[in-house]
Design a protein. Structure first.
Length: 321
């Protein structure tokens, strides 16, 4: 009984240390937890009572545990105002404090891409304005503006894929052979989870497509999610070893550090650098490493084992605006 009491105290101390983020609500309430997912209109907060969804409209401010996370918040605030130069400044500050902070690096790159797009639009608008003035001076006739191209069709011609949205989830459909999405290994049915390291669930479809489009030959980095199903031909008590993969926890979650080319893990679609979101529907981020290995090995007597993964993919724009 005494050892159980000590264990409970240790768990309490560990949980108290873990939940270091504070969400300050507009009604003056303070909610302690760990921000595990951030979307455009809400966050997912892991608390002692489990996961809780909080909408941004109800949040006054989020105070993070580390200085680099607070710099990230400043960057996001300026990015929402479309002050991309200031946003990039604070993202860079976050990177200087933590060179391994992937979200800061992705946001910094995304801001520079948006600055480029802003300058391009300004140049394009100025050219259009001059062209209209010259035409007006030339013939003094009011001309009808051409209809804008369908953005989804433009996306298909630019990256070689289309999107379908349902309940805030964007599914990739209609992959065109030999285009960028096809070359990068994206498949029909994959979920488009993020752009430049930021999760896009619940965002407006037009905004998502606009961010995917861009100048010809430029690149955009996306996050895709899929279930990788690995059939089990022979029952095994050490399936983890047989799969030929090496797992390790990183800052962002459970990562595949290596995948042997001739082993089932790689042959059926797992790759080095993938993040494992779940194994057989068991969410990885809340499980100890030993428990994850046990789940994999316990699948050795089943027909298959399913890895839900998130992968970062660079896409080159074939066409452009």
């Amino acid at each position: 009984m005494r050892y159980l009491y000590i264990l409970i105290i240790c768990v309490f101390v560990a949980v108290s240390t873990l939940y270091a983020d504070t969400v300050l609500m507009k009604d003056k309430a303070r909610v302690k937890g760990l921000v595990v997912d951030e979307y455009s209109d809400r966050i997912t907060l892991n608390t002692v009572d489990g996961e809780r969804t909080i909408f941004r409209k109800d949040i006054d401010k989020i105070e993070y545990d580390t200085p680099e996370q607070n710099f990230m918040q400043l960057g996001k605030a300026y990015e929402l105002k479309e002050w991309y130069d200031k946003a990039a400044f604070y993202y860079k500050k976050a990177m200087e404090l933590n060179p391994d902070y992937k979200e800061a690096r992705e946001s910094y790159l995304a801001c520079h891409a948006k600055i480029w797009r802003q300058e391009e639009r300004m140049t394009k608008k100025e050219l259009e304005r001059r062209s209209m003035v010259m035409e007006w001076r030339r013939d003094r006739n009011v001309k009808e503006k051409p209809m804008p191209k369908d953005k989804m069709e433009l996306l298909r011609n630019t990256l070689g894929m289309s999107l379908s949205e349902q309940d805030g989830i964007f599914t990739i459909v209609d992959i065109r052979p030999y285009y960028s999405a096809d070359k990068a290994g994206i498949r029909e049915g994959d979920t488009l989870a993020g752009i430049w390291g930021k999760l896009i669930r619940y965002r407006d479809t037009k905004d998502v497509i606009e961010e995917l489009l861009g100048p010809k030959y430029s690149e955009v980095r996306v996050l895709i999610e899929r279930d990788v199903v690995i059939p089990i031909e022979t029952p095994s008590g050490n399936l983890y070893k047989d799969l030929g993969i090496t797992l390790a926890f990183e800052y962002e979650g459970l990562m595949i550090k290596d995948a042997a080319a001739d082993k089932p893990g790689s042959l059926y679609g797992l790759a080095k650098g993938d993040y494992v979101l779940a194994v057989d529907n068991n969410v990885a981020r809340y499980l100890p490493f030993d428990s994850i290995i046990s789940i994999i090995n316990s699948s050795g007597n089943n027909k298959d084992v399913v890895f839900s993964i998130r992968r970062s993919v660079n896409l080159r724009r074939e066409g452009g605006l």
